[in-house]
Ligand binder design. Sequence first.
Ligand SMILES: Cc1cc2nc3c(=O)[nH]c(=O)nc-3n(C[C@H](O)[C@H](O)[C@H](O)COP(=O)(O)OP(=O)(O)OC[C@H]3O[C@@H](n4cnc5c(N)ncnc54)[C@H](O)[C@@H]3O)c2cc1C
Length: 661
Amino acid sequence: MVNPDLVKERQNSTLDVDKLNLFFGQNLLLSTERYKHILNLKKRLTNQIKSLYDENYENLERNDKYELVLRKSIELIEFGLENNIDNYLEYTYIIGEVMGTEKQIFGLHFTMFSISLDLWSTPEQKTHWANFMKQNGIFGTYIQTEIGHGTYLRGLETTATYDSQTQEFILDSPTLTSIKFWPGASGKTCNYAIVMAKLIIDNKEHGIHAFVVQLRSLENHRPVPGIELGDIGKKHAYEGIDNGFVKFNKVRIPRDNMLMRFAHVSPNGEFKRTGNEVVMYACMLIMRGILCMFASLLHSISTTIAIRYSCVRRQTADPSGIEPQIIEYQTQQYRLLPGLATSYTNFFATVNFRNILNEFKKSSENFLKIDSNEIAKLHAISSGLKAIVFEDCLKFAQLNRLCCGGHGYSASSGLQPVIQEADAGCTYEGDNTVLYLQTARYLLKSAQKGFSPHLLPQNFQETKDSKVFVRFEKYTSLFEKLFEAKLREVSERMFYLIEEKNMNQYDAWNNSSLLLVETARIYVSVFVIYTNLKSLNDHSKMECNQNQIVLEELFELYLLYGIVEKFSIHFLKLELIDGTRMTDLQTKFFELLKKVRVNALCLVDAFGWSDSNLASSLGVYDGNVYEKLFDYAKNSLFNKNDVHKVYDKLVKPYVETKAKL
Ligand SMILES: Cc1cc2nc3c(=O)[nH]c(=O)nc-3n(C[C@H](O)[C@H](O)[C@H](O)COP(=O)(O)OP(=O)(O)OC[C@H]3O[C@@H](n4cnc5c(N)ncnc54)[C@H](O)[C@@H]3O)c2cc1C
């Protein structure tokens, strides 16, 4: 039986959940038909493979967790092959039924490893590695970070020295700090890797390049001679994944194992650049595009859990003696609903970014013929977008945890892996602060050279001519003005520090970096606004007015949250909004919270997450949260025996001693 509060919430909502879910799916997978097909596969998968949640994953020891994750990951690859799923996004979306929000082990194999091979290989190398992978059981990973350096790519110390006598590269980790550290699944699982190392020919350095390196024997899985590798130990999360360390001791690999699409080393050791090095960024762009979408989906998971639970949970009697649902409290709405709005806006921003990237990829022959200014702009947005979506995901996941009170702290709430994943996502694939600064560097250049840094979604003119655009223009222009003012402020500050204070560029940059980060954040927010206007306009063509109204309310909430909370200090300081207007907007924001609350449950239903995907006692669709919570407690391995085995060893002697006193 469905919890009566949830029944009532669903009855009172004005939203057509199925229609909105289809719009969501069509945006996610680019076709409604495809989305329906994938949903069917999800159902089939649920009947075929037991989920981690059902296997009591949370209660297992690390070795057992690793084994279970590995077993599931292999079964899932088989499932993907049987059902012809070769699109990583679709694959990841499907396997959530089994993995919940835990990572499967071959993530890097399907992303950085495969994408690097695809983009950085010459055509011959591409064919060679594709055949090789087909004929052998290759599990690949991507190895870049070292103990001493992650952010600073040029600081990497691993060397690949060319020996023209044997036509081989010699990979070496000359120092403690050069040991590779962190790569996913490199400790125990993967047998091949793309390794980033400094190329040296005849004592001359030629920058960082990618090399395909065998890590383990394909016969007995032992490390290849000269390679020392292992797991880096317990982390905050990802217990099922073996992030590893890898040390090279003069390991020889054939010349062909350097990926040579952009730089070539001839048999006699001649080095030649053969393409636009900037295109190397393209690999990161695709990876970031995918990552950004995952972050927005992850965000929607914690939102679903917290909103469902807040509709079920009742606490503290009101004057009439009735305990209200906790979602009725303004403080609860204030913490939950901007997160809901942001999970929608970030979703639409990230799918639009993916679409923009796809267009560029198609029109530029796999980025080969892309203009370097365009790549720079895409890179600036991708960096900032990755930072903002993970930042939001983490911030709201933590707030969602708090909104679930004590039960939110139980591992069964399913919130912990979301928080941990979002937390890690703020660091891996580029530390967020560093990424914002990269975006800011591009923005300063745009200010100096006088070009617009904005990236517009496809067919934006059509959006600009739409009713939706007109309706939100007053907000859009406020954010645009804020961005311009902020960019002016930081440019002037840099100029002042350099010209008036005689600082060098480096120090001026460092002394302005907080402003730079904030400017980048606002810049990305403008991109989020543009892309959401496009998506809202697309949605308006579906002729589902009731949903359009709700989505527009939600978007307005996002905008108002940005004005009265997130960026309020900047709007006030730069005198774009005065105190009176800010107060009015804040009142509007509070009013809007009440409106959005009416449809909150159905808005999270529309994400379409199944119970197995949420893997949460608090987020179940039928709202029977207390039953689930109690089942979870009873199934804890800690409760296997009524009297714990340490009783005889510790408790009994203590009790007996006390009894004698
Ligand atoms: C879960 C997880 C999985 C990972 N998987 C992989 C993997 O598969 N393969 C791989 O190669 N690596 C992997 N990594 C490593 C990851 O990519 C790096 O940790 C990340 O790029 C950050 O680099 P860092 O550790 O050197 O941080 P640091 O650069 O040392 O950052 C530390 C602090 O210094 C600040 N900082 C650094 N530089 C600057 C600057 N120029 N200006 C201002 N502030 C600065 C940062 O903001 C941060 O607060 C993984 C990491 C994690 C946590």
